[in-house]
Design a protein around this ligand. Sequence first.
Ligand SMILES: [Zn+2]
Length: 69
Amino acid sequence: MSGRRTYPEPPVVLGDMDDWLYEARPVSGCTTCTTAKRKLDAAKKAGNASARFEAARVIRAHATHGADG
Ligand SMILES: [Zn+2]
């Protein structure tokens, strides 16, 4: 099977769930993560919570798009 799923790090909940929901660590050198981070910052400034969540989700899902590189 080729669908190996790896997770870059376990979710860390520091008490405030929103921090985890919206914050994400883009993987350096990953174009998809970098693009998503730019969207995340823009959505944050625009106050667009759903776009922000979506972008953060893309970054956190690096395991699913990072394998292509
Ligand atoms: Zn990535």
